[in-house]
Write a protein that binds this ligand. Structure first.
Ligand code: HEC
Length: 203
């Protein structure tokens, strides 16, 4: 992707683990290096920029969301294995959002980096909320059988069903486990929208 160039030029991976030009870059490169060490066998692949990585993480989540929506609507055949794969994609990416958005990314990004920096706590809270929901959804996926059962559906489990969407900013783990898989999924989508409306420039 073309947008890699600016940041890759800045965040060097030359000799040492990192030779930062500033503290900010040190933080970004440390995060990127850590990811490279754990994710690329041998570490030979060209390091992708933080912007590329966060945009890719977003795209992966969008694809995951499409897949789940299609499974629940019946447009795509339900499969337990696929559901679990998709659920873990949400867990993985939601857990890395705070790190991927730590620092200004430059013109290729659609993120409102200044606002994110100014409202760091709120941004991180939204990311954490997505992660909590993703973990709860992942647990449901792990318990799922070979077909979609009524208890996985919207409106089951929690009194009031859909009206609970976004009603409270955060829930405890116990609360979340009472909510059906489909409902949790819709709560995740709400979290995407909440964050985009504040911190994504082109919506
Ligand atoms: C905590 C904030 C936050 C959350 C939560 C969040 N996003 Fe994003 N998303 C952003 C920001 C900021 C950008 C712009 C990133 C950039 O261009 O650097 C973005 C960009 C995107 C893009 C465009 C990627 C590209 O460049 O092609 C997609 C698609 C997307 N998000 C989907 C999702 C989905 C689906 C979810 C929920 C499962 C989600 N996002 C959750 C903040 C968030």
């Amino acid at each position: 992707m073309a947008q890699s160039s600016d940041i890759v030029k800045e965040v060097k991976f030359s000799n040492g683990p990192f030779m930062p030009k500033s503290r900010r870059l040190a933080i970004i490169s440390a995060a990127v290096v850590l990811f490279q060490l754990t994710s690329v066998p041998g570490g030979v692949a060209r390091p992708s920029s933080t912007v590329e990585r966060r945009q890719q993480a977003m795209k992966d989540m969008a694809l995951a969301a499409k897949t789940i929506a299609a499974m629940f609507s019946g447009d795509v055949a339900y499969g337990k294995t696929r559901l679990r794969e998709v659920a873990s994609a949400f867990v993985l990416h939601s857990s890395e959002l705070s790190v991927l958005f730590a620092g200004s990314a430059g013109s290729k990004s659609e993120a409102d980096d200044r606002r994110i920096a100014a409202e760091r706590k709120e941004f991180d809270e939204i990311a954490t909320r997505l992660e909590e929901l993703a973990v709860a959804f992942d647990r449901k996926a792990a318990q799922a059988g070979n077909e979609i059962t009524p208890d996985m559906r919207m409106g089951s489990g929690v009194p009031g069903g859909g009206s609970l969407l976004g009603a409270r900013p955060s829930r405890t783990e116990a609360d979340l486990s009472d909510i059906s898989a489909e409902h949790l999924f819709h709560m995740m989508l709400e979290t995407c929208t909440t964050c985009h409306s504040k911190y994504r420039l082109r919506k």
